[in-house]
Design a protein around this ligand. Structure first.
Ligand SMILES: [Fe+2]
Ligand SMILES: [Fe+2]
Length: 140
């Protein structure tokens, strides 16, 4: 069983958002394996950098998508993202200052936050899409 399991109740749009979330789940698992296997600092640092970078990219991409859909709770959602981005920056700062436990903390923090945030907050996009999308297939 993976450290962070993807589950069906995490599905949001069957598209870009899910792809991003799955990629994040994979990266969290990669970081967790690297830290528990005691792999080299360079390997761990590379995964951490990728994971933090991808998380920031995802938050921005999701906000842009929400804006293009005229999602009504965007402002509140953005605040949640902002708080989490700050948490990530604080961890990055601790790591830069030499804290060795940051890598394993990062996989836990990301797993716990993503797991809840996707199921509670991102899920609101799914509900919104279900309400606003036409029942019949759109003609292009
Ligand atoms: Fe989100
Ligand atoms: Fe998300």
């Amino acid at each position: 069983m993976a450290y962070f399991e993807w589950a069906d109740d995490m599905v949001i749009d069957g598209g870009l958002i899910d792809q991003d979330h799955k990629q994040l789940v994979d990266l969290v698992n990669e970081l967790h394996s690297a830290t528990t296997d005691g792999r080299g600092v360079e390997v761990i640092e590379k995964i951490m950098t990728e994971l933090i970078g991808y998380t920031h990219e995802h938050l921005e991409r999701e906000e842009q998508l929400m804006a293009s859909l005229h999602f009504p709770n965007l402002a509140r959602h953005k605040i949640g993202h902002m708080h989490f981005a700050k948490q990530l920056n604080d961890l990055q700062k601790k790591y830069n200052e030499g804290s060795l436990t940051v890598a394993s903390q990062l996989s836990t923090v990301l797993r716990d936050w993503l797991s809840l945030h996707i199921r509670r907050s991102d899920k609101e996009i799914k509900v919104f899409l279900q309400k606003t999308s036409p029942k019949t297939p759109r003609r292009i």
